[in-house]
Write a protein that binds this ligand. Structure first.
Ligand SMILES: C[S@@+](CC[C@H](N)C(=O)[O-])C[C@H]1O[C@@H](n2cnc3c(N)ncnc32)[C@H](O)[C@@H]1O
Length: 258
């Protein structure tokens, strides 16, 4: 599955997105707060709740931006590895104290990690920016430990007609102007509107995740469907071969594995 915007190749689009995020760092957090009327904070908290983090968890926060989610996860006692391809975003996250030395600058579709090392993986407001979704999902599946949880938070479109119309009016008129004034790039916020309008819908994204082997996939709309959270799992390893019947050993050399 390719998600195309403006007929760019994945390579061209990534280069454009990377330089766009590198250029809006200073106003990025403030623009988020104002444009979402502060609701983005509660959406991010929902991601961490669905990750159900424990101190023993090792969590990968993909497209971490300035690290608001990474900080919330670290607050649960879990270990976090933050990843983003914008050096400036990571740098800003470090200044905010959200991102630590484990942070990695890399492409989300080429994760520089061994197989099955994270107990949880999350991505908030990032998947809409990734053109090669199939490659990305295969990478997440690879680095996730069997039984591990994958949580996606993404902006979506309202379902109800009147609100949808008002929302699109806001997306194409008010949002680029306010975002552009605060973060210094009208183009970046025009791009945001365009991708919210055209990104694949929750049912399709769920079907693609299923194709990649994820199980127990659910998605939940938030705030009149402006945002959607998707929760899924990598299947646990089949451990049935470990269970040996405990009734009447038929042979004195039977071994019971505890
Ligand atoms: C809208 S911001 C979201 C940041 C953060 N997760 C949050 O909740 O505020 C999207 C982030 O994804 C990063 N990004 C986009 N495409 C990426 C890719 N292919 N690989 C790594 N990072 C990417 C951008 O640099 C940017 O920091």
């Amino acid at each position: 599955m390719r998600y195309k915007v403006d007929n760019d190749t994945p390579h061209e689009r990534k280069a454009r997105i990377r330089s766009m995020f590198n250029s809006i760092v200073d106003g990025y957090d403030r623009a988020n707060r104002i444009l979402s009327l502060g609701i983005d904070r509660s959406w991010r908290k929902t991601v961490v709740q669905h990750c159900e983090c424990k101190p023993s968890d090792v969590v990968l926060d993909i497209c971490c931006g300035t690290g608001d989610i990474s900080a919330l996860i670290r607050g649960t006692g879990a270990q976090v590895v933050s990843l983003d391809f914008s050096e400036n975003m990571i740098q800003k996250g470090r200044q905010k104290g959200n991102i630590d030395d484990l942070a990695t600058v890399a492409d989300a579709s080429k994760l520089p990690f061994k197989d099955s090392i994270f107990t949880k993986v999350c991505i908030s407001f990032g998947i809409r920016n990734i053109p090669d979704i199939d490659i990305f999902l295969a990478e997440v599946y690879r680095v996730l430990r069997p039984g591990g949880t994958f949580v996606i938070l993404e902006l979506t479109r309202p379902r109800y007609n009147i609100f949808r119309l008002l929302y699109f009016f806001y997306l194409y008129t008010i949002l680029p102007v306010i975002g552009g004034m605060i973060a210094g790039s009208f183009n970046a916020y025009r791009y945001l509107s365009k991708t919210i309008h055209t990104f694949i819908d929750p049912v399709t994204l769920t079907a693609i995740q299923e194709k990649h082997g994820f199980i127990d996939i659910t998605h939940k709309s938030m705030t009149l469907s402006i945002a959607t959270i998707y929760i899924s799992k990598k299947p646990p390893v089949d451990t049935s071969f470990l269970s040996i019947p405990l009734s009447k050993p038929s042979h004195p050399n039977n071994v019971i594995i505890h």
